[in-house]
Design a binder for this molecule. Structure first.
Ligand SMILES: Cc1ncc(COP(=O)(O)O)c(C=O)c1O
Length: 498
């Protein structure tokens, strides 16, 4: 079928004036009424998506468009119905079929996950950013950070400006030793800490660099296969895959990872304080059981303490590392507490891994700015870090409370999973509604992820505590934008019984 210029739709009373070019050429092999319907649906969808058909535009009656295009009336009716179901068009008795009045869809470039290697520059963000992963950027403690930077720079000896120690500045390792013991129950000493640029970097150091660039696989401290939770950050799985590490999904239930299902792996990556992203803590019996497993197998636990400081129900759990420092590599960073832009993190290592971790880092500090390390050391030692975390804890607790209250009022059938903690929450949705909810959110200019994004590709259904859900990063918007984001979110949740 050929291309068609459809201008008989023009109706001066309506918002149509320009000719509309519909390209109905069919992909090879697609012929017949099914092929024509698909081609028309695609052409109309493209016209709306590209803005050639503006919101509110009234579409021609089935009969006239069918005549214009030389297709059956039902072909047009089916195409309209499909686009109504997808949310591109609306159909109301008496006012015909129109292009939906809605937020502009996000551009493709803006939907690229933030964690891919080549992120195109963002031209415009979503109206409501509820993606997990970032703290409230408007709350970065600029003045206190600047004061720490100034002090650090004034006091820094000249050797600071030479090549850095791959272990990291001793001032920072000392400050972390004290802070992590006090705040997270970590048992260590500065000599067991290696500074890095964040959790992802820690994984790279431990498992070797990208195999495609380094045929030897780097000087890996650990080897796979690695047990990981059935839900986790895809970026971390990709990074491990690039290092040639096979990951094996561990099922999850309400008590966290099923550590009784650990098999022949020698290492397990867990988020014990707050399972990412489903939100439950690892049950105390499982904390003990996983350590027994590590002792029995000569294995090691990688403890990802990505948001351990943010617990709101007065039941904080300390690090598993504190129970057996020789069986756990504890990894943290400032990405949630301060900002992922700072790019500073730490590994607290069992004695036997320290030398290999330092060797993996190289002869000099090539990753984490030494000046930033000194600044963070001052920031922690001066008490500014504690003050900031306390302030943010209050803010995020109130955000989570507001989310729970809004759901209780507007969508009482939607449940928040997990404990009151962290910077995000998973909302459990009625079965089969995850994709349509994420789509509806996109249409309303709300950026968020469905739970499926986080599922290990080899995980099976019984491995999952929640099937359909969305992950809501309630910390991400600035304070003034949060109310509107919440309201918009409630507007796209599926109704009860769907
Ligand atoms: C599960 C999880 N682990 C770790 C991190 C920290 O990553 P990084 O320190 O590389 O920014 C994040 C993101 O902030 C995360 O979501």
């Amino acid at each position: 079928m050929a291309k068609s210029w459809v201008n008989s739709w023009t109706d001066s009373a309506e918002r149509i004036g320009a000719d509309l070019h519909l390209d109905l050429s069919e992909p090879s092999g697609a012929s017949g009424s099914g092929g024509r319907r698909a081609a028309l649906t695609r052409a109309l969808r493209d016209a709306v998506r590209e803005g050639r058909l503006a919101p509110g535009t009234r579409l021609p009656p089935y009969r006239s468009l069918a005549a214009d295009l030389g297709v059956a009336r039902n072909t047009v009716a089916d195409a309209y119905a499909e686009l109504v179901a997808e949310g591109w068009l609306t159909a109301r008795q008496g006012s015909g079929t129109r292009v939906a009045e809605r937020a502009e869809p996000l551009r493709r470039a803006e939907r690229v996950p933030r964690r891919t290697a080549q992120v195109p520059p963002r031209t415009r963000g979503p109206r409501h950013d509820l993606r997990q992963g970032t703290p409230d950027a408007s709350a970065f403690p600029r003045a206190a950070w600047l004061a720490s930077y100034r002090r650090a720079l004034q006091q820094a000896p000249n050797e600071v400006f030479g090549p850095g120690d791959p272990a990291g500045r001793v001032e920072l390792r000392e400050a972390l030793t004290e802070y992590l013991a006090r705040a997270r129950g970590v048992r260590t000493e500065p000599g067991r800490i290696v500074i890095c640029s964040g959790f992802g970097h820690a994984l790279r150091l431990l498992f070797g660099q990208d195999r495609s660039q380094d045929k030897g696989g780097g000087c890996a401290v650990l080897r796979g296969p690695l047990a990981v939770e059935a839900y986790g950050l895809g970026f971390h799985r990709e990074l491990l895959a690039a290092a040639g590490v096979r990951t094996v999904p561990l099922p999850l239930d309400e008590d966290g990872a099923r550590v009784d299902r650990l098999g022949r792996e020698r290492a397990a990556l867990l988020t014990p304080a707050h399972q990412f992203p489903t939100g439950g803590p690892l049950h105390p019996e499982r904390r003990a059981a996983v350590l027994d497993w590590a002792r029995a197998r000569g294995g090691v636990i990688l403890e990802d303490d990505y948001d351990g400081e943010f617990r709101y129900d007065r039941k904080p759990v300390g690090a598993v590392q504190g129970l057996d420092p020789e069986r756990v590599i504890f990894i943290g960073s400032v990405s949630k507490s301060l900002s992922p832009a700072v790019r500073l993190g730490w590994m607290v290592l069992p004695e036997r891994y320290v030398d290999d971790a330092l060797a993996a880092k190289g002869e000099r500090e090539a990753w984490a700015s030494v000046l930033d390390q000194l600044c963070l050391a001052d920031f922690i030692a001066s008490g500014a870090y504690d003050r900031h975390v306390r302030r943010m804890r209050q803010r995020y607790r109130s955000r989570r409370d507001r989310l729970v209250a809004a759901l209780a009022t507007h969508a009482p059938h939607i449940e928040v999973t997990g404990v009151a903690a962290g910077l995000h929450a998973v909302l459990r949705l009625p079965p089969g509604t995850e994709r349509s909810t994420v789509k509806a959110a996109t249409w309303q200019g709300i950026a968020l992820d469905g739970l499926a994004e986080f599922r290990h590709p080899a995980a099976t259904e019984p491995d999952m505590p929640v099937r359909d859900g969305i992950v809501v990063g309630y910390a991400t918007p600035s304070e003034h934008a949060y109310g509107a984001a919440l309201e918009a979110l409630c507007g796209v949740l599926p109704p009860p019984g769907e």
